[in-house]
Ligand binder design. Structure first.
Ligand SMILES: Nc1ncnc2c1ncn2[C@@H]1O[C@H](COP(=O)(O)OP(=O)(O)OP(=O)(O)O)[C@@H](O)[C@H]1O
Length: 432
């Protein structure tokens, strides 16, 4: 009798254990299917809503529409962040916007316990992170004293995640753990335009490169103003927010972040950076696309003159403008470090364009689309001149034209560059 009852107890126990195991298994299967369909939904939702420009070479190659698969990035070769395949398990959850969520632990490892500082901004420090796959990203840790709540942060990430362009420093992921908010961006190995303009440790930038950078920035802004849905106003265009990649192509950083300009540690109710701020915005407090155009105009003058807008650049420009006649006479302000190696006509056109951008009356300023047309036409003409020079004997005054710096880009990216010049060929007749 005793033996029978203990047999019964053992039988019931085994039954219960098997039952529990089966229930756990069923739960795991259910969760797996739910997660899979969630990822599929988010991917297809994203594919349908991301405003991706396909004209010319402007479509982003990192997170483009075609790179978004319907599988989890863990297993799919069509991951929105392809190099992450096979990375640590917890780190690649896809959020609703299609942006990857990284784990704090992995970022801690990748940044050598947050010691690889590459910069410090008003939001907080920026770290270089070496991922296990060998890829490098930049991790921006947002200040913990920020008032931004979890929900606002997720909303911001979702909004940022929609914006992709080859002239933007694209957001690739985020981390919201241990009370920290971090944004993970494409790593720009050559640092900021400001450091190239003002730091002794960099080589001087040629005139040709400066115009190319201006066009890259203009294209990034044109996308934000006219390509993104809804449109985005940058609000803080300045040389430290322009970052350069390995081949010195420029991308606009820090777009879409909500932040107030701090004065002595207190919010000033103004957003942007002194020296680049549209005077109209200062008086009306209304920031428009044309306020970005104003800041872009200041940036153009900065590229021409190699002077810091926070150290009297615009006063210097206003003085010089007294001796100019639209597209004539701007040589006076050119950066002496160019050693006279610049195309006089291009210089005058760029300066005249910049002067239109900083017009006190916003409606008289050109749009970013107009600006892209003027700059791309200038580069196209330069290419044509270069081509002609190769096929005809050079005339004496052509010797003063500065050649483009040698292009160290890959054959693929060189091809894209030619495409981007050609893509504007049909609509380059606009004159600002
Ligand atoms: N994606 C990136 N790749 C490489 N370096 C970066 C990247 N993002 C930022 N940095 C570096 O970190 C620095 C600080 O960047 P951050 O955007 O936080 O501040 P900032 O633009 O310099 O100033 P502010 O916050 O006042 O706008 C940059 O100047 C740059 O040198």
């Amino acid at each position: 009798m005793k033996g029978e009852s203990s047999g019964l107890i053992i039988g019931i126990s085994i039954g219960v254990v098997i039952g529990v195991l089966l229930a756990i298994f069923a739960l795991i299967c259910l969760r797996y299917h739910r997660k899979r369909s969630q990822i599929e939904n988010s991917s297809s939702r994203r594919a349908a809503t991301i405003p991706i420009r396909t004209n010319g070479g402007d479509a982003c190659t990192i997170l483009s529409d075609s790179s978004v698969g319907t599988e989890s990035p863990k297993t799919s070769g069509l991951s929105p962040f392809p190099w992450w395949i096979g990375g640590p398990k917890k780190a690649n959850v896809v959020s609703a916007s299609g942006i990857l969520e990284f784990s704090y632990k992995d970022l801690q490892k990748a940044t050598c316990n947050f010691t690889n500082v590459i910069g410090q901004g008003a939001f907080g420090p920026v770290y270089k992170a070496q991922m296990l796959t060998g890829e490098t990203v930049a991790v921006k840790v947002l200040a913990t004293d920020s008032n931004q709540g979890e929900k606002e942060f997720q909303t911001e990430v979702m909004l940022l995640g929609r914006l992709h362009h080859r002239n933007l420093v694209n957001l690739v992921g985020y981390c919201a753990e241990k009370g920290q908010h971090m944004l993970i961006y494409v790593y720009m190995s050559k640092g900021s335009l400001a450091s190239h303009l003002y730091s002794e440790k960099h080589e001087q930038m040629s005139w040709g490169l400066r115009v190319q950078i201006a066009l890259d920035v203009a294209r990034g802004l044109e996308y934000l103003h006219d390509g993104a849905v809804p449109p985005v106003i940058h609000r803080d265009i300045k040389s430290s927010n322009i970052l350069l990649d390995q081949s010195m192509r420029a991308r606009v950083a820090d777009f879409g972040l909500s932040r107030e300009e701090m004065v002595n540690g207190h919010p000033s109710n103004l957003r942007g950076t002194f020296g680049y701020l549209d005077p109209e915005y200062i008086s009306t407090r209304a920031f428009t696309k044309k306020s970005d155009v104003y800041s872009f105009g200041v940036l153009l003058f900065e590229l021409v003159a190699g002077r810091n807008p926070q150290q009297g650049l615009m006063e210097y420009v206003e003085l010089a403008a007294m001796d100019t006649e639209e597209k004539v006479g701007w040589e006076e302000i050119v950066d002496s470090r160019l050693g006279g190696k610049f195309d006089v006509q291009e210089l005058n056109e760029v300066a005249a364009l910049a002067y239109k951008c900083v017009n006190r009356a916003p409606r008289k300023r050109p749009s970013m689309r107009d600006i892209v047309q003027v700059l791309s036409r200038m580069i196209k003409l330069r290419h044509e001149r270069k081509y002609r020079r190769h096929s005809l004997p050079a005339t004496p005054d052509e010797f003063s034209i500065e050649m483009d710096p040698p292009d160290h880009r890959s054959p693929m990216s060189q091809h894209q560059r030619v495409e981007s010049v050609d893509s504007t060929a049909d609509n380059t007749s606009f004159e600002v």
